[in-house]
Design a protein around this ligand. Structure first.
Ligand code: MLT
Length: 407
């Protein structure tokens, strides 16, 4: 009988959002008529932009004819989408990224989870605490995180504490680390790094030979000028960083699935002989072996995000969710909550009113107010005593939820 990967026995039995969904379903079964408002997982509620749906229909129709039908596509993504990304997301900001440094995928969750495969399990990994659980769980699955203690913290991970005292922006690690996961604007706290703060991380990585795994899934929600949209806005970052992007929250692709990862050709790591190896080549090798590319139809939909009409429609979506963030933030403050985030991110991070444990407050909101949020402790030890509100709902539901909280 084959042996299992023992690392799976050490991680929590279910993924954070699966546990939230389990509790919600249990409650729904017991209370089928209750109107539950979901503000937990960041799943968008508005439909896809028309430009994207029209592009999908055109691409689907191409599949009817032998002349325009597409079979296997390039594993790295079609040139048309890589070029659109390069021009619109990078060149427009003065960043020179080549098309073959962009790898299209089915989303940032997969890529942030899979990237660890190209690194040795001996590396020291730093994660912010709290952080998106994929970073910790996938390192634990790989056996890189060591052993877990009763607080759910891993012996081989370096936790960069984020709390109200440091504005949820971590200090540089006190010990030398090899890989650093940074997500800005941050999930779950909504915190940001300014250009000069991010430059300190790039300097650290250059000095210590570390690689920054920069999750920029929420860059489209930035409203303030001094907040970088890409780590590659920082000089020297192309030597030490990999960046993950997503169409999920930007353009409503949570169900459609499309994202991309930028692996500059300059970014290298050492092999056992001390030679510098290109991470772009390793990631290309990994993707060509394990991934057959995002569906053509979906890539055409993503390309339409950058069309003139797509840009307007995406902006309207983003404006809608940004207004939601503002309503939630404002109303929570009025109701006496201590809140963070929500200005450059679709997440509002709130202290539980009377120091309640995050899951207890989750249960209270679900049972007494029929509102679902994400418990902060699910994102890490430092998230204990906090909860996260996601701003992706319908406006009427957001108002209704805030009304319920205030009464
Ligand atoms: C979240 O709610 O943190 C995200 O929607 C989860 C994800 O993107 O996988």
């Amino acid at each position: 009988m084959p042996k299992i990967n023992e690392n799976f026995t050490k991680i929590p039995a279910s993924y954070l959002f699966s546990e939230v969904a389990r509790r919600v379903n249990e409650y729904k079964t017991a209370n089928p008529t209750h109107n539950i408002i979901r503000m937990d997982i960041g799943d968008i509620k508005l439909p896809l932009p028309d430009a994207c749906v029209d592009a999908m229909i055109r691409a689907a129709n191409e599949q009817r004819s032998a002349v325009t039908f597409r079979g296997y596509g390039p594993e790295q993504g079609y040139e048309f989408l890589r070029d659109a990304i390069r021009n619109n997301d990078f060149r427009s900001r003065g960043i020179d990224i080549a098309s073959d440094e962009i790898f299209i995928s089915d989303g940032a969750k997969s890529d942030t989870g899979n990237i660890g495969e190209i690194f040795s399990i001996d590396n020291y990994v730093a994660v912010t605490d709290p952080s998106y659980p994929v970073y910790v769980d996938t390192n634990a699955m790989a056996g890189r995180a060591g052993e877990v203690n009763t607080n759910g913290m891993w012996s081989n991970l370096v936790y960069l504490q984020c709390n109200a005292d440091n504005g949820f922006t971590p200090y540089l690690p006190e010990i030398k680390v090899d890989l650093i996961y940074l997500c800005y604007p941050n999930n779950p706290t909504g915190a940001t790094l300014t250009k000069s703060q991010l430059a300190c991380w790039v300097d650290y990585a250059r000095k210590h030979g570390a690689i920054i795994l920069f999750d920029a899934a929420y860059e489209a929600f930035i409203t303030e000028d001094d907040v970088p949209h890409s780590i590659f806005e920082i000089e020297g970052a192309a030597e030490v960083a990999i960046e993950f992007r997503s169409f999920s929250k930007t353009a409503g692709f949570t169900g459609t699935r499309c994202g991309y990862t930028v692996v500059p050709k300059q970014v290298t790591s050492r092999n056992e002989k001390g030679e510098n190896i290109s991470l772009n080549s390793l990631w290309n090798r990994r993707q060509t072996t394990k991934f057959n590319g995002t569906a053509y139809i979906i890539q055409r939909a993503a390309e339409a995000v950058y069309s003139p009409e797509g840009k307007i429609q995406v902006k309207n979506l983003l404006d809608y969710y940004k207004q939601n963030s503002n309503i939630i933030r404002t109303e929570l403050i009025k109701a006496g909550y201590t809140v963070f985030g929500g200005i450059n991110a679709p997440y509002i991070w709130a202290k539980t009113p009377n120091g309640e444990n995050s899951w207890d407050y989750f249960d209270f909101l679900l049972n007494k107010k029929n509102i679902v949020i994400t418990p902060g402790s699910g994102f890490g030890h430092c998230g204990q005593g906090y909860v996260r509100f996601a701003a992706f709902g319908k406006k009427e539901d957001v108002y209704e939820a805030m009304n319920r909280l205030c009464t």
